[in-house]
Design a binder for this molecule. Structure first.
Ligand code: IVH
Length: 713
């Protein structure tokens, strides 16, 4: 009897393997007939029976599940590229520490946040920071169901089929596991596998990879899993995403459970009792680094107790309870051929060193930033010098120092230019107390205009597909766009006024022009935080843009408040305290993370007539969506309310209370006014509590506040 005709329970292992291969091919063929050719050969019931047989055999022999098993496919595969996966829990990054002092500050910060005294012992887990690609692995009922790359942290790519080729990846967990469990870790390639792969690639005339990390990334993102299967990838796990139940009380306990389930965890991880133990481990791992068969770029320390991790929470995109202690950068010696000046979007002039290309820790470096005029003077860097360059992680390469005895005699000092390299050749200005030199051409400087436009369309701003640096520069040179609003008129004006149609321009065709116009149309609707970030106001990064969007809610409210603040500031340029400037200005400064220097930049932006025109033009062309408070805040009684904390709190520090309130969608202000909704009064509260009573603002005790915030039960 053929294996094909046997009931599942009678199959031997070898027969099961044979059957799974046959079924995979058979089902794939029927999928293609059905989905792609609209010409099914068998009935739906017969098709279902094939799938059921496949599943039943896989249940009986889970270790035989194939990378091309039908279980990984629902319907037809996308024609090209990977399907997108939205992460149930965002994938975050880590803050960095570069030296002992940074590390001590971190530990002190954690304790302060928890209201612990300095000498109270706090356990950390230290583990190597693997230089690979982070990945999210989803398990349901103990079965691996999907794997996705980090992507932008919120949405990654579905690389399930490629991950199945990893020997380190358990397809079925050992022992009991939660209903839903997402495990996170790092996919990497060993140094020896990397070297062997590059040798093979070289012989075959294929692409040679710069370092193991790039090789791992390129291999995991292969559209054909058969290619991934030939590229040995490995996995270390260290974190989690969605979990349907708690699995441990400590990070250490979590690592142990990972290992029990069958995951590989890094053998160098250790529990540390204090900063000295953390540093000792750091130096031990650093000494072993070169001998390890995988790249690491530092040590990650994590607060061990998970309840404390939960209290500490996150700031913007990184946890407060962890930090990455980076290893010193790798260095190399080369020639500095020439110093070039680059103009940024805010007019800052950045000197860039052009180097004789040199290999620094596996990456070829040909340029390095020199930061500013002071740096060049301090290090006495001159054109023609021999220099030491270093690269730290993904950071831009830097010139560390000059090798003075290699300097040719008579080499002149470097003169920082006094005129901008832009066609206007405007004067270079340097404001008191600032390290940067700026082009005084401001909005007229074409170099700045281009950089502003590039920022406007960048990934975290308008994110217009097909409109990158190169295209923006070309459109600018052709006179098609000058200000952001012009982008949204591109299609309408295409070919008008005797302009050559885009599709007839070098590098463009009818299809690519059409696609670009579609991508632009898709962005006529934009979230308020992206809109604010896109404006490129100095000091206003993504986190601040989000904060402003959530605090003011709509473009209209934000704009009118900022115009008000700007005119207040203009009238009181000397004032040194927010309250002395005016109400709108003080409210802006009351937002956590906004200081006077940032508020001044925002005011300067709103004081500039040209910027107001740009805003008007954009408003006429776009729909800017109102910001919504974060999901967790949706049903919180304090969402949208303004709170003031005063006095000493007992159960948490002021910064924890503030973070908690903001997470619930509340605004936390520093002073009491008529706009305050609640004042939370701790021990020894003084004038603020009195003022609240005078103004008739609701006063809450710490306990009442905790109940409102859902902390007390
Ligand atoms: S923990 C919420 N542990 O480093 C924090 N990350 O710079 C989750 N990485 O995106 C990260 N080794 O890709 C953690 N032992 C380790 C790590 C590690 C490497 C990567 C990870 C993360 C990035 C942050």
């Amino acid at each position: 009897m053929n294996a094909q005709d046997k009931p599942v329970e009678d199959l031997s292992r070898a027969e099961a393997e044979e059957e799974l291969a046959r079924l995979a091919a058979e089902i794939a063929r029927h999928d293609a007939l059905y989905y792609q050719q609209d010409a099914p050969e068998i009935s739906d019931a017969a098709y279902d029976a094939l799938r059921q047989r496949n599943m039943a055999i896989e249940e009986a022999f889970p270790d035989l599940i194939r990378p091309d098993s039908p279980r990984w496919r629902v319907g037809a595969a996308p024609a090209s590229g990977f399907a997108k996966v939205r992460h149930a829990v965002p994938m975050l990054s880590l803050d960095n520490a570069f030296d002992e002092e940074n590390l001590r500050d971190f530990v002190a910060r954690v304790k302060r946040f928890l209201s612990w005294s300095d000498d109270e012992p706090l356990l950390f887990v230290a583990e190597p920071k693997i230089d690979g690609l982070s990945i999210n692995l989803r398990y349901e009922q103990g079965r691996f169901v999907r794997g996705a790359t980090r992507g932008d942290g919120r949405e990654g790519e579905d690389v399930t089929r490629n991950l199945l080729t990893l020997k380190d990846l358990p397809k079925q967990l050992k022992g009991a596991a939660p209903e839903v469990m997402e495990v996170r870790g790092e996919v990497y390639m060993t140094k020896s596998d990397f070297a062997a792969l590059n040798r093979r690639q070289e012989e075959a005339g294929g692409k040679v990879f710069a370092n193991p990390r790039n090789a791992a990334a390129g291999s995991l993102r292969q559209l054909d899993p058969a290619i991934t299967a030939q590229r040995p990838l490995r996995l270390f796990t260290y974190s989690w995403g969605e979990l349907s139940e708690n699995v441990a009380d400590t990070h250490w306990g979590f690592l142990e459970r990972l290992s029990d389930w069958g995951f590989s965890i890094n053998p160098l991880a250790e529990r540390c009792e204090d900063v000295d133990a953390m540093l000792a481990l750091y130096h031990r791992v650093e000494a072993e680094r070169a001998a390890l068969d995988y790249d690491i770029d530092g040590v990650v320390y994590k607060v061990d107790r998970l309840d404390l991790q939960a209290r500490l929470g996150f700031v913007s995109r990184a946890p407060r309870w962890a930090i990455a202690h980076k290893f010193p950068a790798e260095r190399a010696i080369t020639q500095l051929e020439k110093i070039d000046i680059q103009v940024g979007r805010t007019g800052a002039l950045t000197p860039v060193a052009h180097l004789t290309p040199v290999n620094v820790g596996g990456v070829v470096v040909a340029r390095a930033t020199l930061h500013n005029a002071d740096e060049i003077r301090r290090k006495d860097i001159r054109e023609g010098d021999t220099v030491v360059v270093q690269r730290a992680g993904d950071v831009i390469p830097q010139v560390v120092e000059v090798v003075l005895d290699k300097r040719p005699e008579g080499t002149p000092e470097y003169d920082f230019p006094t005129r901008c390299p832009c066609p206007l050749q405007t004067e270079v200005v340097r404001h008191e107390g600032e390290a940067v030199s700026r082009c005084s051409g401001e909005l007229a400087c074409p170099y700045q205009q281009v950089e502003k436009l590039i920022h406007f369309v960048s990934r975290d701003a308008f994110d217009i597909e097909g409109l990158g640096e190169k295209q923006v520069q070309a459109f600018f040179d052709w006179g098609l766009i000058r200000t952001p609003a012009d982008i949204f008129d591109l299609q309408e004006k295409d070919g008008a006024d005797g302009l050559t149609r885009l599709k007839n321009r070098p590098g463009w065709g009818a299809r690519s022009a059409e696609k670009l116009f579609e991508a632009i149309e898709a962005r006529r609707r934009i979230s308020l935080e992206r809109f604010i970030f896109a404006l490129g106001i100095r000091q206003v990064g993504q986190a601040t843009a989000l904060l402003l969007a959530r605090s003011y809610g709509s473009l209209e409210r934000w704009q009118s408040a900022m115009k008000q603040a700007a005119s207040e500031r203009h009238a009181a340029p000397q004032a040194r305290k927010p309250e002395e400037v005016g109400q709108a200005y003080a409210e802006l400064c009351d937002l956590s993370g906004v200081g006077m220097s940032m508020a001044d930049e925002i005011c300067a932006f709103f004081h500039e007539r040209h910027n107001l025109e740009v805003l008007e033009q954009l408003e006429a062309r776009l729909t800017v969506e109102d910001a919504v408070a974060p999901v967790t805040a949706a049903d919180s009684p304090v969402a949208g309310k303004t709170l003031v904390f005063t006095g000493t709190l007992e159960t948490m520090s002021r910064s924890e209370a503030k973070a908690r309130a903001e997470a619930l969608g509340a605004k936390v202000a520093g002073s009491v006014s008529k706009k305050t909704d609640y004042v939370i009064v701790g021990a020894d509260a003084g004038s603020k509590a009195r003022k609240a009573a005078e103004l008739g603002v609701t006063i809450l005790s710490e306990e009442e506040w905790r109940q409102m915030a859902g902390e007390a039960r």
